[in-house]
Design a protein around this ligand. Structure first.
Ligand SMILES: Cc1cc2nc3c(=O)[nH]c(=O)nc-3n(C[C@H](O)[C@H](O)[C@H](O)COP(=O)(O)OP(=O)(O)OC[C@H]3O[C@@H](n4cnc5c(N)ncnc54)[C@H](O)[C@@H]3O)c2cc1C
Length: 442
């Protein structure tokens, strides 16, 4: 019997949880606040590229911002771009790259909105050098549900600026933002891929590459024994040799249907991990690659989340501090490999100590591990819960943008500043995430 699936009008990337909500698209900043009171609260949302429930509000009203997609001003001398919050990073690249300007920070997908990037204070492969996205947002407008508008920057309404960056959409609607782009002369990235075996090698490579703009690793979360914690360390920097700067073509591949639940099993994951490790035949590979496959390998196939079947996927992303970072990641990896549940999308990276401007931002100095699990409630939920407890025990924290499971007690221990932050929440705005982790709703 195929699983029965309820299709909501708006889903998050993990397609879990699934909630009914009314949808009221915003096309102009003046559409907010809505003219009628939304009884069960409301929540601005972007592309729904968050994995769990930060972009959901059960039985409330979601306000998708994609209609607010206008570029408002650009200074070609300084690279400062002002745009509405529903503009995607893909649209900024389409505009900026041909003019020689690139995103200051980008996540592993370009299909996120500027509003979503600020609200989760996203990070990228250059966190150790550039910090989070919020650090490159010079100012933005925040509109509250009573219609009050505030200009927020590091020097104007500083506390609202700090609460809204990483503020999970709860402080109001970001209508527009000014983002500082960075100059490039080529689409190409000077890439180096290095195989590593074990966390000592990973940490040594990370330390040796701190001067390079981008670093990230794929890690095999399935193999045990001598292949435990093997992976490929990927580093890169923008090429300084001037080259043509055309726009990227639109992706043509679409993942056509939901894979049946049994397709992602230990054998298929194990085969993939082995193939991926060995796709790089040599210990070290150096090449020039286009920025698209370097930053967005998964964007090539639209709707790739269907690969996880109708039940969807959970993502686990933690950061653990340096003090016991190696021990913590080893123990977490052991728990994952022993479970046989991890998928092939496992990423390991070192966060630097550039301070984020957000009160609730996730990144902190240390090691971050992110990976997907297909949802199999009887096995993946207990594993996830165990990993969350281990993260807490090791003094780390989980990333709300990826989460659908952490408990209220865990969230409040990960983010002890949450009550201070709660004072900035708009009384008409909430999310299923917030209700889950605080039980708070007026
Ligand atoms: C393949 C993939 C790779 C990813 N890689 C990374 C990564 O490397 N690093 C990383 O940090 N994240 C990563 N993510 C997560 C993603 O970058 C974030 O979840 C991002 O916030 C999604 O943006 P969105 O536009 O889809 O917003 P949504 O997911 O729709 O919403 C996210 C939050 O933003 C709020 N929000 C949206 N618009 C506004 C607005 N105008 N005003 C106020 N609040 C608003 C929502 O209320 C919600 O709380 C990845 C996701 C995917 C699917």
């Amino acid at each position: 019997m195929p699983d029965k699936v309820h299709k909501p009008a708006f889903a998050s990337w993990g397609r879990y949880p699934v909630y009914d909500a009314a949808v009221l698209p915003l096309n102009w900043a003046s559409d907010f606040p809505p003219s009628t009171l939304q009884l069960n609260g409301m929540l601005p949302v972007g592309m729904g590229r968050s994995y769990g429930d930060v972009c959901l509000l059960k039985d409330g009203t979601l306000l998708p911002t994609r209609g607010m997609d206008r570029l408002l001003h650009f200074d070609p001398q300084t690279g400062l771009l002002r745009c509405e919050s529903g503009v995607t990073l893909a649209e900024i690249l389409n505009f900026g790259v041909p003019r020689g300007w690139f995103l200051p920070v980008t996540p592993g997908t370009k299909y996120v909105t500027v509003g979503g990037a600020i609200a989760n204070d996203i990070h990228g492969k250059n966190h150790h050098i550039a910090g989070t996205f919020g650090g490159h947002v010079r100012r933005f407008e925040l509109v509250r549900s009573d219609g009050a508008a505030m200009l927020c920057s590091p020097t104007d309404n500083e506390d609202w600026y700090a609460a809204t960056i990483g503020g999970l959409g709860l402080t109001g609607l970001i209508t527009w933002a000014e983002v500082q782009l960075k100059p490039i002369v080529s689409r190409l990235i000077k890439y180096e891929g290095i195989q590593f075996r074990g966390l000592d090698e990973f940490i040594a490579l990370s330390k040796a590459s701190q001067h390079l703009e981008y670093t990230v690793s794929w890690i095999d979360c399935v193999s045990q024994g001598k292949n435990f914690a093997r992976g490929i360390f990927m580093q890169g920097d923008h090429s300084e040799i001037p080259a043509p700067l055309p726009q990227s073509p639109e992706p043509k591949l679409v993942f056509p249907f939901d894979l049946p639940g049994f397709a992602l099993n230990r054998a298929s994951m194990s085969a993939f991990n082995s193939l991926y490790f060995h796709k790089q035949f040599k210990k070290q590979v150096v090449s020039l690659v286009d920025y698209e496959p370097f930053f967005y390998p998964l964007d090539k196939v639209l709707h790739w989340n269907r690969m996880y079947g109708k039940r969807g996927l959970l993502q686990f992303q933690c950061v653990v501090p340096w003090d016991n970072g190696k021990h913590a990641i080893t123990e977490i990896l052991k728990a994952i490999t022993a479970s046989g549940l991890a998928s092939f999308l496992a990423v390991l990276k070192v966060f630097g100590d550039v301070k984020s401007p957000g009160m609730m931002s996730f990144p902190a100095p240390g090691i971050t591990l992110a990976l997907d699990f297909p949802i199999k409630p009887e096995t993946s939920f207990p594993l996830f819960d165990r990993l969350a407890s281990m993260t807490l025990e090791f003094g780390g924290r989980l990333y709300p943008a990826k989460d659908a499971r952490m408990t209220a007690a865990q969230f409040q221990a990960f983010y002890p500043q949450w009550q201070q932050f709660a004072r900035y929440r708009d009384p008409q705005i909430s999310s299923s995430f917030w209700e889950r982790v605080t039980g708070e709703w007026e």
